[in-house]
Design a protein around this ligand. Structure first.
Ligand code: CFM
Length: 544
């Protein structure tokens, strides 16, 4: 007989206490600051400890700085040759390991499935690897003649002091027709992949943005920042933009091309999807080129409609606003029909979400549409503003780890800067309730008494599931099987378990169906191992 998960009687305070019980006192004290029982106070948001080092010995869910730079931000760049300078172990990431999809465009220039690595050996570590790196850059240039070659440092490169930037400069000059640039994104540079995002974005901004003038033409030109086309999300969003008559100049960086980055300064609005990985680029685009930015979210059908309307309101053109309304009216019936069928089966069920830096918040929208309650959530590497809202940024503590990451100085470009709206127009929009440069944290969206946990680890994840038994647990591949072995369905919100897209209207329907299938499947109730049913084995010695 299937065993149904029953909600237990644990209070959030008891769960927290239980999770901390096994830790040595010092570790428990530190972890306690990252585990927050949401008070849902009316005018203040509780403070959480985030973006600090993982305590040694704890098996974190985080990745490294190199993964954030090479994998997350630069991974989806199809026509830039991405060379990893390092031993072949880290170079596993030189090959496409994330589900960022691409279409190879008209030129077919797509290097995403190649693995470019300098394959450093012991001798290179001892005598230096610059010569080898130069040879690798030359070889890639001779073979492919790409528009750009990017070089990524792994930990040993920083330790031995290879000057990858000097190599990049030299080779760029030598080629003349290929932009070569490098990233000091050694894995140890920051406390998580978040530092790698920043390093990657700084270099993209310095070396690519604004270098070409020949952009896509269109009436309502936007950039989509922080959308990585996982499982085809970006394709679905672009489909909707096209229907609405919105021209997407550059996506950073899902399904992106060299030319898109180079012409991003031509857009009239930046729309920020994953603010964790890129919000500072939106600021830099505004300062240097005069492009205002807004926060959008295309996860959830309602959120998609809201984001489209926000774009319409920004441009303020009736033709665009009407067209957006027509698209929403045409797309929504399929969403409502799916919900009508599925929601009675998902209503009231519970979810836990532990994903990188923005999805743990964005996906709460989809669960809300399904009538499900998010009872515990958290980021792997979010910062306090991702939890509490952008207003806390000026109060963030600058520690040694954050100081490690370069903050680039940006000022208005002498020729390319052009404010897209007059001050009066911007003010009129703001007075009507329109919000520029802002995003909310996830804490205000969580109910009172729910748990918000930063940098959850394997041990705590299992404790949580054992005690609370949610109807579904969402995280990544590292967590997947340990959670499933506890009899709880697990959905990967990084790779989507080979599913997707989940963004936009069609994506929402895909997600509803997937969650329905998972939370209503009986199979998870049969997940008892033989030793759980008969914990003691009895045996006798042969001579007895
Ligand atoms: Fe942004 Fe991402 Fe995320 Fe992220 Fe990521 Fe990802 Fe993620 Mo995995 S950029 S912060 S570093 S939305 S790879 S597409 S799913 S952890 S929540």
């Amino acid at each position: 007989m299937a065993i149904k998960n029953k909600p237990t009687d644990w209070t959030a305070a008891e769960v927290k206490e239980e999770m901390l019980k096994k830790y040595p006192p010092k570790v428990a004290r530190k972890r306690a600051q990252s585990i927050l029982i949401n008070e849902a106070l009316s005018n203040t948001t509780p403070e959480i400890q985030a973006n600090v080092r993982t305590i040694p010995g704890i098996i974190t869910m985080r990745g490294c700085t190199y993964a954030g730079c090479k994998g997350v931000i630069m991974g989806p760049t199809r026509d830039i040759v991405n060379i990893v300078h390092g031993p072949i172990g880290c170079s596993f990431y030189a090959w496409l390991t994330r589900r960022n999809q691409t279409d190879a465009g008209e030129t077919g220039e797509n290097y995403m499935t190649y693995a470019f690595s300098t394959d450093m050996q012991d001798s290179d570590i001892i005598f230096g690897g610059e010569k080898k790196l130069k040879a690798a850059v030359q070889e890639a240039y001779d073979l492919f003649h790409p528009k750009g070659i990017a070089i990524f440092a792994t930990c040993p490169v920083g330790l031995i002091g290879d000057d990858i930037h000097a190599v990049a400069r030299e080779m760029k000059e030598k080629f003349g027709d290929c932009n070569v640039f490098a990233f000091s994104c050694e894995g140890y540079k920051g406390v998580s992949q978040s530092a790698g995002h920043h390093i990657a974005n700084n270099q993209v901004f310095k070396h690519l943005v604004g270098t070409e003038e020949n952009a896509k033409q269109g009436e309502y030109k936007i950039n989509l920042l922080g959308e990585y086309n996982i499982g085809g999300d970006g394709f679905e969003i672009d489909r909707i933009f096209k229907l609405c008559g919105i021209t997407n100049i550059a996506t950073f960086s899902g399904n992106s091309s060299y030319n898109q980055f180079a012409t991003a300064h031509k857009a009239d609005l930046s729309c920020v999807m994953c603010h964790r990985s890129i919000n500072y680029v939106a600021d830099m685009l505004e300062t240097k080129y005069g492009i205002p930015w807004i926060k959008v979210n295309f996860i959830g059908a309602e959120a998609t409609a809201k984001s489209l309307r926000k774009i319409g309101q920004y441009f303020g053109d009736k033709a665009l606003i009407d067209r957006i309304e027509a698209v929403i009216a045409a797309e929504m019936p399929a969403v409502s029909a799916a919900l009508e069928d599925i929601k009675p089966r998902t209503e009231g069920k519970t979810a836990m979400l532990f994903v990188g830096g923005s999805r743990a918040h964005h996906y709460m929208e989809l669960f809300k549409e399904l009538g499900m309650k998010t009872i515990s959530t958290g980021y792997e590497f979010g910062h306090r503003d991702d939890y509490e809202g952008r207003q806390v940024i000026p109060n963030l503590k600058v520690d040694a780890d954050s100081r490690n990451i370069e903050e680039i100085e940006v000022e208005a470009h002498p020729e390319q800067y052009a404010p897209r709206k007059t001050e009066a127009e911007m003010k009129a929009l703001e007075d009507s309730g329109f919000q520029f440069k802002d995003y909310e944290g996830l804490i205000p969206d969580m109910e009172k008494g729910t748990l918000v946990i930063d940098d959850l680890n394997q041990y705590e994840a299992e404790k949580l599931v054992e005690m609370i038994k949610p109807d579904i647990f969402c995280a990544g591949i590292k967590e997947k099987y340990s959670i499933q072995k506890l009899g709880i369905p697990m959905k990967q919100l990084h790779s989507y378990d080979y599913g997707g897209p989940y963004a936009g209207f069609k994506g929402a329907v895909n997600f509803y169906k997937e969650i329905d299938r998972l939370v209503n499947s009986k199979v998870w109730g049969f997940m008892k191992a033989p030793w759980q049913e008969n914990p003691e084995l009895s045996a006798t010695y042969v001579w007895e």
